[in-house]
Design a protein. Sequence first.
Length: 144
Amino acid sequence: MSTTAVSGPLSTFTQQTDGVNHSDQGYCVMSQTATLVQNSTTAVSATLYLPQNSQIVEIIADVTTAYDSATSATLSVGQTAAGTDYAGSISTKTGGRTLPTYTAAQVAAMANITSHAAVVATVTVVGATSAGAVNVTVLYVQKP
């Protein structure tokens, strides 16, 4: 399978023929995904790199194998490992899809990724873990 690379924001619009100066231009939503797999009692992180000036639209946690840690297994997404700049306190002890609840500070941080192009997803476990896997997808829009 091949891919096409585009440098810069990708947008769509229709040509306006009514003579009015307005735009229906919109920017395309893109995604990056990282898979985190349990590692006994050690936190596991993966880093995604978004283009600067991007806006994070949503973070999706798809737990394909529930973590079986004794106490907790929590996913966080931030600017550094175990950071909660964008999302925090997402349990990975139950399988399925989870969308985080965001704070006002997280929404503000997600609005414009400037100097922090690295987005780090981390699962931190408490207690021995022998199973667990989660796909973390970040939906974002690259803005001019």
